[in-house]
Write a protein that binds this ligand. Structure first.
Ligand SMILES: Cc1cc2nc3c(=O)[nH]c(=O)nc-3n(C[C@H](O)[C@H](O)[C@H](O)COP(=O)(O)O)c2cc1C
Length: 251
């Protein structure tokens, strides 16, 4: 274990839905727990928690049986769903880089006793375990994703936008759009109608954190330092049908 080149994992990871349900060995689980402590938040001021739980501690609509799940809970503050997506995607990539399968589960929930004494709100679950299907995509063409021209109007920055576009999302919805230039990338999320909002509004915010995580990893890979800021002027003028999420200020 312990491969931490998350950038490389972006180009080969995939959701794993078939697991060997034998529990992972103690060393591996210890390293997963250690990595939880190394995960970076997007927003420092939002308290979050990640727990490793077992199969009998998860319920809900899921055909996906895995030996373990990571469950994220968070303080309910502005940006908390996006922050949780940003954080858990680091784990998704870390696991993939280290030969362990994972899959985000939007329909699963932990049992009540998991958060019995917690004031934090449950956000999402990630199934994890040994894959009994191919762990990686062999070719970038295997990703079913929107073309770059549909997710951004920025030219000449494919090395950052391409990894963002490869991010996983609930039902592969890919709700993101990016504008800006080499100093700052602005991230927006597609607006949903009232009916779709019931399913997608929450999920889309988590998806945004996942794509922003890929963008951040790629920017750091190419030697940039990223700060997440709110650009007041940009935020009041989003592209039609979208709302503003954040700006990645790059130096
Ligand atoms: C927030 C979120 C929720 C998801 N929920 C489920 C789920 O409940 N069941 C499932 O099989 N896959 C789920 N997925 C996985 C997506 O279907 C998958 O990421 C997407 O189709 C892209 O495929 P890939 O991850 O293999 O690249 C979810 C993904 C995200 C990001």
């Amino acid at each position: 274990m312990k491969k931490t080149n998350l950038y490389e994992a972006i180009f080969k990871r995939k959701s794993i839905r078939k697991y060997d349900v034998t529990p992972l060995d103690e060393n591996t689980l210890t390293e997963v727990l250690e990595y939880i402590g190394a995960i970076k938040p997007m927003y420092d001021n939002v308290k979050t928690e990640m727990k490793l739980i077992s199969q009998n501690e998860v319920k809900g609509l899921m055909a996906i049986k895995a030996p373990h799940y990571i469950v994220v809970s968070s303080e309910k503050k502005k940006g908390y769903l996006t922050n949780a997506g940003f954080m858990l995607q680091q784990m998704d990539l870390f696991l993939s880089a280290n030969g362990i399968g994972s899959c985000w589960l939007g329909m699963a929930k932990p049992t009540k006793k998991v958060f019995i004494n917690s004031e934090l709100e449950f956000v999402i679950v990630l199934a994890i375990g040994r894959a009994i299907e191919p762990l990686y995509r062999e070719n970038i063409m295997e990703f079913k994703r929107k073309p770059l021209a549909q997710i951004s109007n920025i030219t000449g920055m494919d090395q950052l936008l391409k990894p963002a576009g490869l991010a996983p999302s609930g039902t592969n919805n890919q709700p993101w759009f990016f504008t800006g230039n080499e100093d700052a990338i602005h991230a927006y999320c597609v607006k949903t109608n009232i009916i779709k909002a019931l399913i997608y509004e929450r999920m889309n915010k988590i998806d945004m954190g996942i794509a922003i995580c890929h963008l951040w990893i790629a920017a750091e890979h190419f030697g940039k330092k990223v700060d997440f800021i709110c650009d007041k002027e940009i935020s009041s003028n989003p592209p039609s049908g979208h709302y503003y999420v954040t700006t990645l200020k790059m130096t």
